[in-house]
Ligand binder design. Structure first.
Ligand SMILES: Cc1cc2nc3c(=O)[nH]c(=O)nc-3n(C[C@H](O)[C@H](O)[C@H](O)COP(=O)(O)OP(=O)(O)OC[C@H]3O[C@@H](n4cnc5c(N)ncnc54)[C@H](O)[C@@H]3O)c2cc1C
Length: 387
């Protein structure tokens, strides 16, 4: 990609949403010389990107092209953080284990590891003793119940608000973009072609192209143009602890709990049964967050006595086939969609590829994700198989 390309010089682009996806896309487009306006109804990272588990991974991503896209984006996140002098990316590796009496879980994990090895994803198999000694001395991984610990060194997590704020504000400070705090309430059109967005405040912002990066409400934005975007909304639930005496370097997926550090020595928890809590708007008055911390003490004994400090609810934007939707809308000239689950992992690469797309390169990596793949056919909803 040639930065500062004359091709986009002066092109007016409105990006709806300053989540991970919209913020990085806006930054990269502004970098080429486009005139970028980000419209965000709340603040950068206020949506799903600030209420997510944020595991940077390609662990359970299928098919292979999607795995490759995710794995490459982990590397690009580190480059982006260096470029923006940011500290939101934490790469300490990922640890996963199951108990040996869980035959089906053991089989699935071994199949996954075999597949990942074939695809060239770095995976090491450790004993519980090695994992505790070399990586996580504050964890207890029961050697009587766990035969092997799967270690993925390239994985980590990131702080979504940090990424969104820095990418969006760098687009402004370095490349003259604008952030407008308002809600997009519709499109303005000329001869049937989108030429801007209308805001809840009544203002209209002109645009040559509008990018729909509204995350779980992207279907509402598409609806303003009279089209259906095939996504569902899948709420998720997280618990965060108070600052805790645990030096957690990796991101952990254990039978009891999933967890990683969350800054300020807090720990972010997720796991089986969590998502059902989102529907009931569970808060700290409910026993669930307390029980979640108690579960975590089974593998992290130093969390004993630690209280949950808060709960978070985020809504996954889930395209109906589980894969990203990226590209110009075939029915609505001037409208471009960037909607996906795993948008945290994917934001770095997607920001670059969308910009290459705008520069006319039609990157082959985006081919499987074009909006027109849905056509008129009916689509089946998918469940999350891995974040
Ligand atoms: C519990 C949970 C766990 C997850 N775990 C992972 C994980 O481990 N790894 C991973 O990669 N992904 C994970 N995800 C998914 C990931 O968080 C999302 O894919 C990603 O955050 C989506 O980013 P986004 O920028 O598309 O959307 P968002 O972050 O939601 O951003 C959209 C923005 O648009 C704004 N907006 C919406 N409508 C309008 C409007 N009309 N006008 C103006 N602004 C508007 C919103 O305020 C919001 O800020 C998880 C999600 C959840 C909920």
């Amino acid at each position: 990609m040639s930065i500062g390309s004359a091709f986009l010089q002066g092109a007016q682009i409105v990006v709806i949403g300053a989540g991970a996806v919209g913020s990085v896309v806006a930054y990269r487009l502004a970098q080429t010389g486009a005139t970028v306006t980000i419209v965000e109804s709340r603040y950068p990272g206020a949506g799903t990107s600030g209420n997510t588990f944020a595991w940077l991974n390609a662990f359970s991503k299928e098919p292979r092209h999607y795995h490759r896209l995710n794995a490459g984006s982990i590397r690009e996140h580190q480059d982006l953080a260096r470029e923006l002098d940011g500290d939101w990316v934490h790469i300490g590796g990922g640890l996963t284990w199951v108990y040996h009496d869980d035959e089906s879980g053991t089989r699935k994990l071994r199949d996954r590891v075999r597949q990942l090895h074939q695809w060239g994803y770095r995976i090491e198999i450790l004993t519980p003793e090695q994992a505790m000694r070399d990586l996580e001395p504050d964890l207890f991984i029961d050697p009587d119940r766990v035969e092997e610990v799967v270690y993925a060194p390239i994985e980590g997590w990131l702080n979504g608000v940090g990424l969104c704020h820095t990418a969006a504000s760098s687009a402004v400070r370095r490349y003259g973009a604008r952030i407008v705090r308002d809600e997009v309430a519709g499109f303005s059109t000329r001869y049937g072609i989108i030429d801007g967005v209308t805001l809840a405040s009544g203002e209209t912002l002109p645009a040559d192209t509008v990018i729909n990066a509204a995350g779980p409400t992207a279907d509402r934005i598409a609806g303003f143009a009279g089209i259906e975007l095939p996504i569902t909304q899948q709420p998720g639930f997280l618990v965060v602890t108070e600052p805790a005496p645990i030096n957690l370097k990796t991101i952990v997926h254990s039978p009891e709990i999933f967890m990683h550090g969350d800054g300020g020595w807090r720990v972010l928890l997720q796991g089986e049964g969590f998502d059902a809590m989102a529907e009931h708007n569970v808060d700290l008055n409910h026993p669930f967050p307390w029980k979640a911390v108690e579960n975590a003490t089974k593998i992290a004994p130093t969390l004993r006595g630690i209280k949950p400090e808060g709960t978070r609810i985020g809504v996954r934007p889930m395209p109906k086939d589980g894969l990203p939707i990226i590209g110009f809308d075939s029915e609505v000239p001037g409208l471009y969609h960037t909607v996906m689950h795993s948008g945290i992992t994917l934001a770095a690469t997607v920001g670059r590829l969308v910009t290459e797309d705008f520069l006319g390169a039609e990157p082959p990596e985006l081919e499987p994700y074009r909006p027109e793949r849905f056509g008129a056919q009916s689509t089946e909803g998918v469940q999350v198989t891995g974040e």
